[in-house]
Write a protein that binds this ligand. Sequence first.
Ligand code: C2E
Ligand code: CA
Ligand code: CA
Length: 646
Amino acid sequence: MLYGLLLINSLAVAITHLDDAPSALTISAPSVLFAITFLRMIKWVRESRKGAPDPLEAKRQLRLMTTVAGPVALAYICWALALSPYGGPYEQAHVGLYISTTVIGCIFCLAVLPQAALVVAVTVLPAFLVFCFAKHTLIFITIGINVSLVLAVLLRVLLNSFEHFRSQIRPSEALVTQHQELQRLNDENQALALTDSLTSLPNRRKFYADLDALTAQEDGGSAFAVGVLDLDRFKLVNDTYGHQVGDRLLAALGGRLHAAASPFSRVYRLGGDEFGVIDLGGDKESLGRLLQQVEAPLHVGEITLKVGGSLGIAHYPQAGNTAAELFDRADYALYHAKHVNGGGLCVFTPSLETSVRADQAIEIALQSNTLSDEINVVLQPIVALATGQVQAVEVLARWNSPLLGQVSASDFIPIAERSTAIHSITKAVVKKGLEAARLLPKDVAVSLNISACDLSSAITLAFIQKVIQEAKVDPSRIWIEVTETAVMRDADAAAAALQSFRDIGVRVALDDFGTGYSSLGYLEQLPLDKIKIDRSFVNALEKGRGSAIVQAMITLCQTIGIECIAEGVETARQRDILRDAGCEQAQGYFFNQPLPINDLLVLCPRRFGDISSPDQSEIKEEKVGSQKIETLSPLLLTDQRSRLAG
Ligand code: C2E
Ligand code: CA
Ligand code: CA
C-alpha cells in the first residue's frame, strides 16, 4: 500500500508537470524511481502471499525496510523539490500538497516500524519546510507549520501505539518461552517415565504401551512374539556380593541384551531381574540368542559372574489378543521353563497353561495357615528280604487340602520345595512319624524323607533334631532319607548336616539312588548308612540289562559296606531276583501299600518282629479266618516265610 500510494501520488505530480518541466524531471528521473518502487511493491505483494515469515526473516525484512526508507524518501523529496520551481501557482501548490499528503500517508503505512517512519519524517520535513519558506508567501509558510504539527502529532500517536503493542507482545513472548520450556521438560519427563534408569532400556510401562499398540491394530496386525526373561541366580549374586554388584550386573546384562537383539526385536527391563522382549520377526532363534547372552560369563570389576536365565515365549495371535493375555501366557511359559524344565526356553501352549494353573493352585493352597493340620502321614513297610520281618516303615506325606482335596505327594512336594511350605510339611511329617514310631514295635524303625531345602535350613534342622530328642524314641529307630539331588547342591554342607543326624544316632539313607548323577564321589564323601535303589531300576529288572545294573549297584553297596534297600517291588519275581542278588531290604506294593498307622496296626499286628510272640497256629488262624483282611492286604495273604521261599 505504501509503495502504491507513493507511485500513484508521484505519477499524478509528474503528469501535471509534463508540459512545464523538462523531460528529465517528468519522464527520465521518475521512470527510474517508479521502476524501483514498482519492483519493491511487487516483491512485497509476493512476500505477503507466502504467509507470515519466520521470525528471523521478518527481522531481516524490517531492517532492510528501515535502511531503504531514508534513501527512498530522500530520492523522492529531491525529485519533488526539483519540480517545484516549474509551472504556475496550481502546479506548485500540487507539489506542496503531494509532499505533505504523501509523507503523512507513508508514515501511517509505517506505523508498525516507527524507526522507518521517523527516518522518513526527518528526511522529508526539513526539505518541505525549506520549500514552503522559500515561497515567501504566508499560505505556504502556514502550510509548512501545519504539516510539521500534524507530523509531530502523528509520530507521537504512532510511537504511543507502538509502545502499547510492545507492552502487549512482551508478556506473550515470555509466555511462549515458558511454554516451550514446559514442553521440553514434559518431553524429558515422558522419556524418563518410559525408561529404566539402571539399564537405560525402555521400562515395563513402555513394554505394555508397545504391546497395547501392537495388539490394537485395526487389521489385527502381523504375528510377533513376546518373551519374558528371568535370571536364575540373581538373588544369590545380590546376597553374596551386595546390591551394587547386582546393579552393575543388571546394567551390563541390559546392554548385552540390547546389543544382541535382532533389528526386529526390542528388549525392556520389566523390573528386578526380569526382562521383556517383543520380537516382530517372531523367530525362536533370535530369542534363543538372548538367552545365550545371559548365560555367558560376565565380568563386574574383579568378579566373574555366571547367572543363567529362563525365557517364556508367547506368540501373537495364537497365545492371546491383548497385552495382558500375552504377558500372562509368556509368564506361564517362563514358570514352566524355570520350575519344571529347570531353565532354558519354553513356548506357551494351552496344555502348559493347564498344568501351570494347577501348580499355581497348589502353590496358593500351600500358603494355608493350617497346613500342618492338613498334612497326614501314611506308612509303607520296608521288609528284610532274608526273613520277611518288617524292619522299618517309610513315612510318606499325604495332603488333604480344604481347597483342592487330596493332592498327590509327587504333585505338591516339588512345589512346596520352591517355598518355605516344605519346612512346615517336614516338621509336621517328622512329628507325626515319631508319634507313629511310639505306637510301633520297638524293633521297627521310621524312615523320614528330608528335602534338600530342609538340609540347608539351620532352623528346620535344629527343629527336627529337637523333636527327635524329645520324642522318647530310640534314635537308632529313626532313619532319614535324602535324595541325591538334595545333597548335590552343596555336598559339604549336606555332609555336615547328615553327620549331625548320625551324631545323635539317626541312620541316613540316600533315596532314589541312580536317578541323579550317581557319582561314586558322593558315596565316599557322605556319611551314609543305606542306599535306596530307585524303583525305575527295579521296574526294569526283567528287561534287557536291568538285572545286571541292579546287581552292580548291590555289589557296590556290599563293597563299601552300606545297606541296600530296593524300592517299588511289585512282583514276586522282582523280589526273588533282588534277594538272590544279595539285596537286604525291599519296599513296594508287593509287600504293602502305604497305609495310615491304625490300618497298618489292625491289618498286620503280627508282622512286626516279635511284639506278640506270634505262634504259627495263631497266624494261620488269622490267615484262614480273615477273608476281609486278605482282600485288603497282600501281607496277610500268605505266610511271610512262604513268600520268601517264593
Ligand atoms: P519316594 O521318597 O521315592 O517315596 C516312594 C514313593 O513310591 C511313594 O509315593 C510310594 O507310595 C511309592 N511307591 C511305593 N511302593 C511302590 C510300588 O511298588 N510301585 C510304585 N509305582 N510306587 C510305589 P508317594 O507317597 O506318592 O511319594 C512320592 C514322592 O514324594 C516320594 O518319593 C518323595 O520324594 C516325596 N515325598 C512323600 N512324602 C514326603 C515327605 O514327607 N517329605 C518329603 N521331603 N518328600 C516326600
Ligand atoms: Ca523316600
Ligand atoms: Ca525313593
